[in-house]
Design a protein around this ligand. Structure first.
Ligand SMILES: [Zn+2]
Length: 101
C-alpha cells in the first residue's frame, strides 16, 4: 500500500472514532439536559386534583376519585395513586362558580 493511502486510511479511522465519541457525548448531554429540564419543570412534581360541585375529584392525569368525607389532604393523601406525583388539591369553591355565571 502506498504511503499516502495508509495515511488516508488512518485519517478515515480517526474521523470514525471521533464521530462515534461525538455522537455518544451528544446523546449523553441531550438526555441529561432533557432530564434536568424535566426535573426543573414544577408541573412534573404535582398532580392537581380539582373538585367539582358534586364533590368528585378530577386529577391532572385524567382520572376521577370520590371521597366520602374531606379533602385528599384531610384523608392523608400525599401522592396521586394514578401517576405518583405529589397531590396539589383545588377544592370546589361556590363563589368561584358564581363569578363565572
Ligand atoms: Zn395523577
Amino acid at each position: 500500500m502506498p504511503k499516502s493511502r495508509v495515511r488516508l486510511t488512518l485519517l478515515k479511522d480517526a474521523i470514525k472514532m471521533i464521530s462515534i465519541k461525538v455522537i455518544l457525548v451528544y446523546l449523553v448531554v441531550v438526555s441529561a439536559g432533557g432530564y434536568i429540564l424535566y426535573l426543573l419543570d414544577r408541573k412534573n412534581w404535582f398532580c392537581i386534583w380539582e373538585q367539582d360541585n358534586d364533590g368528585n375529584w378530577f386529577t391532572d392525569c385524567e382520572e376521577g376519585f370520590w371521597l366520602e368525607e374531606g379533602t385528599p389532604k384531610e384523608n392523608n393523601f400525599k401522592f396521586c395513586a394514578y401517576c405518583g406525583r405529589m397531590i396539589k388539591q383545588v377544592p370546589y369553591e361556590e363563589e368561584k362558580e358564581e363569578q363565572n355565571v
